[in-house]
Ligand binder design. Structure first.
Ligand code: CP
Length: 317
């Protein structure tokens, strides 16, 4: 595997899951693969889990790791061609990317949707330029439209906890005060569509996701109805995708918060969220602290998903 930006890059998903469980059983067995190899992790946005889990995964594989926060200590970057650079941006991305490529063997990039231009976001303008100009394998650590390392960890977690072969998995929108990207929801939907699970998405009207990610999921506007019989509830906020409200918060109705009364409608479902989470907006304290909450196992599996992806890239060098 050269680049990793979506589930499609993994190839056989069942084989990738088997590899994940092999890595989890002995995460230091592949330490030789990364010897004398350097990973540079580029962050245009903040992170706790992705930063730590990806660095840990790379260290498990014997790699050297360099982390660069673009907005803290690097030159401010211009990303548009043709701009007269007489403002506060000192360096252009088109020089910065190949320079970064000189110092490493693999590059991880985190670059969220900017909500300035929907086409730029959905064409993955920043991530695509890293792939085009770095000369190195590139993997997404959450880009404008997808968060595949998170979705892979979510799938590993569901496989570990499911009690039936094809569980009912519900992705539910929940309220948040600030506009968040659609990336986690898009990506989760994309990965769930690759499984044989029963997959339902529930959200208020106006929060429809890009149909390319919704795929064959059933969309149910009644959250309570969607929860009935569910084995897994995956909560996430996202801002509006459809025009003219792209990137906007159009609803903060706390009737959509996941609480114990709604969880009681499910088939004793597990609760999932990628974190960070705003308690008592997205989910109540009671639900996230319950024994059915999988938020910590999901975060732990981020190390595994990152290690499988890095392992596959290292094997292709
Ligand atoms: N879930 C996730 O990607 O967390 P961070 O934003 O902290 O990396």
């Amino acid at each position: 595997m050269r680049h990793f930006t979506s589930v499609k890059d993994l190839g056989d998903l069942q084989a990738a899951l088997r590899e994940a469980f092999a890595v989890k059983a002995d995460r230091f067995a592949y330490h030789h693969l990364g010897q004398n190899k350097t990973l540079i992790m580029i962050f245009f946005n903040s992170s706790l889990r992705t930063r730590l889990s990806t660095q840990k995964a790379a260290m498990n594989l014997g790699m050297n790791v360099i982390v660069l926060d673009i907005n803290q200590g690097a030159w401010k970057l211009e990303t548009e061609r043709g701009v007269i650079m007489d403002g506060d941006k000192s360096e252009h991305l088109l020089e910065a990317i190949p320079v970064i490529g000189c110092y490493c063997d693999v590059i991880g990039v985190r670059s969220f949707a900017r909500f300035e231009n929907k086409a730029d976001d959905y064409e993955e303008k920043i991530l695509s330029q890293f792939i085009q100009y770095s000369g190195r394998p590139v993997f997404s650590m959450e880009a404008a439209t997808r968060h595949p390392l998170q979705s892979f960890a979510d799938l590993i977690t569901i496989e570990e906890y499911k009690k039936v072969a094809s569980p009912k998995v519900v992705l539910t929108w929940a309220p948040h005060p600030k506009p968040l990207p659609q990336a986690v929801a898009n990506s989760f939907a994309e990965w769930m569509n690759e499984t044989g699970y029963e997959f339902v998405i529930t959200h208020p009207k106006g929060y429809e996701l890009d149909p390319r990610f919704v795929g064959k999921a059933r969309v149910e506007y009644d959250q309570r109805k969607a929860f009935e019989g569910a084995d897994f509830i995956y909560a996430k906020n996202w801002s509006a995708y459809t025009d003219p409200n792209y990137g906007k918060v159009i609803n903060t109705d706390r009737a959509w918060t996941v609480d114990a009364e709604k969880m009681a409608l499910t088939n004793n479902a597990y609760f999932m969220h990628c974190l960070p989470v705003r308690r008592n907006m997205i989910v109540t304290d009671e639900v996230i602290e319950s024994r059915k909450s999988l938020v910590i196992p999901e975060a732990a599996n981020r190390e595994i998903s990152a290690q499988v992806v890095l392992k596959k890239i290292l094997e292709s060098l």
